[in-house]
Structure formats: structure tokens, C-alpha cells
Design a protein around this ligand. Structure first.
Ligand code: SAM
Ligand code: SF4
Length: 345
């Protein structure tokens, strides 16, 4: 009889990143900029102070950093922000990273975008091997859209969505459920998405960064949303996963899928396979914790990846078990002081 090594031992032997709880890190989110052309009310304050440009990793450094993670077993890469498509010359990075798709090292490169620049870039993204994108859209009412994004133009976003569809990109719409703002539009958004052949994911607001105002006013638990949707729709739990934290239901009437991201009502940490890096090269092992590792210093200290790989291994070795998000009447301060736009959604 041959004795088989447990999967975790095999992963470690192949140089893959295993955290102390045996979870293999195979998904990397990279925030390529903290800047954005919108100011969504739950994400940013109107007057944001952005990082000095000199602190940012160059596109070449971001490529090197991502490639080091790919060599360590990352199979899925998502570029996000801030708004990734407002970073100057960002298509250079997509083109550079597409070599890992061609070699088969990466399964996919995806992007999360507000779609303001999508009409301009959709064709090029498709040419770089991007197949799926997430577009954030909280309302289809132009006035409410302007209100929630403060600066956004719904017409441009819709143009971007149409251009991406024509370029063959598969789109998932991300909608943040906001109490008293868009709760009455969720069913309509769902029917529209599914009618257009797009998946949709609902997200609960997470307490990240000061945004002016009380988060308990915005927080809408998805358990309540789900119950309300079930007045008119049949939702069936399905095991479908995309490598992210969303749980999916199949909507019988529309034939489409709805994802639910519920960090506050449902703890998704046990299956976490991801880490995040910011545009300054800080590695966050958990979206909901403050512990981080600086990868910029080892990256810049030497042209070889030895120091960098050591710093990555050391950091993965202290990936925490889970987050500590709480939104409640007593919790006036955000659980994590940095904004989502820094760590990336
Ligand atoms: N600018 C791009 C966009 O809006 O798609 C990418 C970055 S944005 C930070 C990524 C996602 O995070 C968006 O879907 C946004 O709605 C979501 N998000 C931002 N702040 C959030 C918060 N405090 N709670 C929950 N979701 C948030
Ligand atoms: Fe910008 Fe995205 Fe944050 Fe809105 S959610 S302010 S689009 S980074």
C-alpha cells in the first residue's frame, strides 16, 4: 500500500503558500491606485487625501510583485483600486501580465471597475486575455447614481457596459445594498442583469475607513434583502463558486445567478484563499485586520526575488484566522481605519 501525503504537505512541497490554518493562498487582489474619479458615499469621503505618487510602485514593480506571487502558486489575479482604469498607462500592466495567462500559470486576470473608462478599454482588456469583469453599479437611476457616487455619470457607465458586452467580456454587476437608498431597486436590478446575461452580486457595507456619516444608517443585512426578494422570486442555494467569498443562489424565474457577500451576517473566513496588495506594495493578509507586511522594501532592495520571497513567506505564515468586523449602535469607529479604495474591494 502506498501512503499518500495530505494535500497540504504536497502544496508546501511545491512551494505554494500555505497559511497556519492550512489554507492555500491562490488568489491575489492588487489595488493599482488609491485614486478614483468617483467618491461613492460608503467608500470615500468627499475630500480624500491620496498617497503621494512617489510612494506608489511603478507598473514594472507591480508586474514583478504579481509575478512573484504567480510563481508561488497564485492562479487568479484581480486588479482593483481605487479605480484601476484611471491609473496612467494601466494597459501596459495588463499586457505584461497576460504572459502568465498564455503560459498557463494563471487561470485568469480579472478587474473590478466603476466602468467610467470601460468604453475606452474594453477591447484592449479582452485582447489581454481578460474574460470576466466586475462592474460596480448601485442604482440605474441617473440622479441617484450621481448622489451615491457624488461625481459619476450613469450614461458613461452604461456605455462602458455595452462596449464590454460587445467585446465579449462576461460581466458581473456588484451592487452594495444600502438601507433607504436602493433597497427598493434590488429586484429590478436583478431582473435587468439577468435579462442582459449578466450575473449579479449583492454586497453588505463593510466598516472600512471614515466616510462622513454613520454606517449604521447605511447597513442593510442581506438576510432581510433575501427574504424580501423571495416574495416574488424563487431562490435556490447552489454550490457554484468563483473563488471569491460570495455564496450563490439560482433565481428560478430569471434563470440567472445571484451572489451574496455577507461579511457581517455570515462569516466567510474559513475558506479564505486570498491576500491583497496595495499600490505601495503593502501586503494585507486579511481585509478585516490591520496586520500587514511591507513588500516594497525587499522588492527594491535587490533585483533578485530572494528577499521578496522570504518576506512573502513570513507574512503568509501569520495570515489570521478571520476578521473582526462589527457594525452596531455601539461601534461608531470603523473596524479598520483604511478605506476599501486603498486595499481594493
Ligand atoms: N473602483 C472600482 C469599483 O468601484 O468597482 C474598484 C474598487 S471598489 C473599492 C471595489 C468594490 O468595493 C466596489 O464594488 C464597491 O462598491 C465596494 N465597496 C467599497 N467600499 C465598500 C464598503 N465600505 N463596504 C462594502 N463594499 C464596498
Ligand atoms: Fe471609487 Fe470604486 Fe470607491 Fe466608488 S467604490 S469611490 S468607484 S473606488
Amino acid at each position: 500500500m502506498t501512503l499518500q501525503a495530505p494535500p497540504s504537505t504536497l502544496a508546501a512541497a511545491s512551494g505554494a503558500m500555505l497559511d497556519p490554518f492550512g489554507r492555500q493562498v491562490s488568489y491575489l487582489r492588487v489595488s493599482v491606485t488609491d485614486r478614483c474619479d468617483f467618491r461613492c458615499v460608503y467608500c470615500m469621503a468627499e475630500n480624500m487625501t491620496f498617497l503621494p505618487r512617489a510612494d506608489l510602485l511603478t507598473l514594472e514593480e507591480l508586474d514583478r510583485l504579481c509575478s512573484a506571487f504567480v510563481a508561488k502558486g497564485v492562479r487568479r489575479l484581480r486588479l482593483t483600486g481605487g479605480e484601476p482604469l484611471v491609473r496612467k498607462n494601466i494597459m501596459w500592466l495588463f499586457r505584461a501580465l497576460s504572459r502568465h495567462i498564455e503560459s498557463g500559470a494563471l487561470e485568469e486576470i480579472t478587474v473590478t471597475t466603476n466602468a467610467s473608462q470601460l468604453a475606452k478599454y474594453a477591447g484592449e482588456l479582452a485582447a489581454c486575455g481578460v474574460r470576466r469583469i466586475n462592474v460596480s453599479l448601485d442604482t440605474r437611476d441617473p440622479d441617484k447614481f450621481r448622489k451615491v457616487t457624488r461625481w459619476g455619470d450613469l450614461g458613461r457607465v452604461m456605455d462602458g457596459i455595452r462596449t464590454a458586452q460587445a467585446a465579449g467580456l462576461k460581466i458581473k454587476i456588484n451592487m452594495v445594498a444600502l438601507k433607504g437608498f436602493n433597497e427598493g431597486e434590488i429586484e429590478d436590478m436583478l431582473r435587468w442583469c439577468h435579462g442582459e446575461g449578466m450575473d449579479m452580486t449583492l454586497i453588505e457595507t463593510m466598516p472600512l475607513g471614515d466616510v462622513e456619516g454613520d454606517r449604521t444608517d447605511q447597513y442593510l443585512p442581506l438576510s432581510a434583502v433575501r427574504a424580501r426578494l423571495m416574495d416574488n422570486l424563487t431562490l435556490e442555494d447552489i454550490p457554484y463558486r468563483t473563488g471569491g467569498p460570495a455564496r450563490y443562489v439560482q433565481v428560478r424565474e430569471t434563470g440567472g445567478r445571484l451572489g451574496l457577500i455577507t461579511p457581517l451576517t455570515h462569516n466567510f473566513c474559513e475558506s479564505c484563499n486570498r491576500v491583497r496588495i496595495t499600490c505601495t506594495g503593502t501586503l494585507y493578509m486579511c481585509l478585516g485586520q490591520n496586520d500587514a507586511a511591507d513588500l516594497r522594501a525587499p522588492l527594491r532592495a535587490s533585483p533578485s526575488d530572494e528577499l521578496l520571497n522570504g518576506a512573502i513567506d513570513e507574512a503568509i505564515g501569520r495570515k489570521p484566522k478571520g476578521h473582526d468586523f462589527v457594525i452596531g449602535r455601539g461601534a461608531k469607529k470603523p473596524a479598520v481605519a483604511r478605506h476599501m479604495s486603498l486595499t481594493g474591494g
